[in-house]
Design a protein around this ligand. Structure first.
Ligand code: MEV
Length: 338
């Protein structure tokens, strides 16, 4: 399991601690009644960007979540109230994509907004920041809330499918990893295929602490994924060599995770960060956080998610190391935006 701590790194949320192995799952009973329609945040342990090209990735949900409520009434149009905590600038930057995602989920679920008025309210305790899967968490929580408003009982698979549709509003061509983690929680091995994605929940035999921290920079996933695709198309041999290195790495990463071999996992996380640098999806702000975490004693650290901003995670076995690394990653945060 993953136990995580989030640091005050240029974001309204603090460097955050959590634990691999203590992740929430879909049937999580800790939810408050008001927050029953949840989508979890996530951290990609191995495979951001590579996962788009149908190789396996490993992802862990975090316990923070976006919650949603929906009211359907006579009339027309969609009103959205976004009460999520967010890093400064995030909501403004993502507004159009978010509205598009909401429209896609509503359409997928058969809500005709020309014949029905829809009031959507997002909340929850997940700070909206690039890298944490905030868009997927919103889409999944929305799908759950719409289903209830329609009086429908949907399967988790149907909720996940609706979340995936919404993700297209943010990602263009999402791999599906974020919405799957947002729906099911836990720690997952995920692989995109030509058909339905393949994923399995991993039961970790031992919990381990991590810290995650954000640069506070909001990145556009569709743009960064598009840039990677353009680089791939410009030099298939270069990309193929990186992909082959990654595939060997993720196989070892999964074995290290399964074996609770934290020293090995740490080395592999560092190697995944180096591959992200080669892919040009890291940036100086992420590299600085990764360096700071390692300098404070984290044996492994990497960017996580889209990159070019967004966030990083550090493996910090033991509560004392977790606290030390979280402390080292603290910088004065800008004021939260709500
Ligand atoms: C974003 O959290 C992960 C990416 O790999 C995009 C995707 O998988 O859809 C960058």
């Amino acid at each position: 399991m993953l136990s995580s701590k989030q640091a005050d790194v240029g974001i309204s949320c603090k460097p955050t601690t959590t634990a691999l192995g203590e992740m929430p799952e879909a049937g999580d009973k800790r939810k408050a009644e008001d927050d029953k329609h949840k989508g979890f945040g996530k951290l990609i342990l191995f495979g951001e960007h590579f996962v788009v090209y149908k190789v396996p990735a490993l992802v862990a949900a975090v316990s923070d979540y976006t919650a949603c409520s929906v009211k359907l009434s006579a009339g027309a149009g969609v009103t959205t109230v976004d009460d999520r905590p967010a890093v400064p600038g995030y909501k403004v930057e993502k507004k159009d994509e978010g509205d598009q995602a909401t429209a896609l989920v509503l359409k997928h679920m058969g809500v005709d907004t020309e014949k029905q008025a829809v009031e959507v309210k997002f909340g929850g305790n997940l700070t909206a920041v690039s890298g944490i899967g905030a868009s997927a968490a919103a889409c999944v929580s929305l799908a759950r809330a719409v289903a209830e408003a329609q009086g429908k009982e949907l399967t988790e698979e149907e909720i996940n499918a609706a979340g995936y549709e919404g993700e297209k509003g943010y990602h263009g061509t999402p791999s599906g990893i974020d919405n799957t983690a947002a729906t099911y929680g836990g720690c997952l091995r995920f692989q995109r295929t030509d058909g339905d994605p393949k994923f399995t929940t991993k039961k970790l035999k031992q919990s381990v602490e991590i810290v995650y921290a954000s640069t506070g920079i909001t990145a556009s996933t569709s743009k960064v994924v598009g840039d990677v695709r353009a680089k791939k198309e410009a030099d298939e041999a270069w990309f193929g060599a990186l992909l082959a290195k990654y595939e060997a790495l993720v196989a070892k990463g999964e074995a290290a995770l399964d074996g609770a071999d934290w020293p090995a996992l740490a080395v592999l996380l560092n190697e995944n960060h180096a591959l992200c640098q080669e892919l040009t999806v890291s940036c100086k702000e992420l590299d600085s956080l990764v360096d700071a975490a390692r300098a404070a004693g984290a044996p492994g650290a990497k960017m996580s998610g889209t990159g070019r901003g967004g966030l990083m995670l550090a493996l910090t076995p033991g509560a004392a190391l977790q606290d030390k690394v979280a402390e080292a990653l603290k910088v004065p945060p800008p004021s939260p935006s709500y």
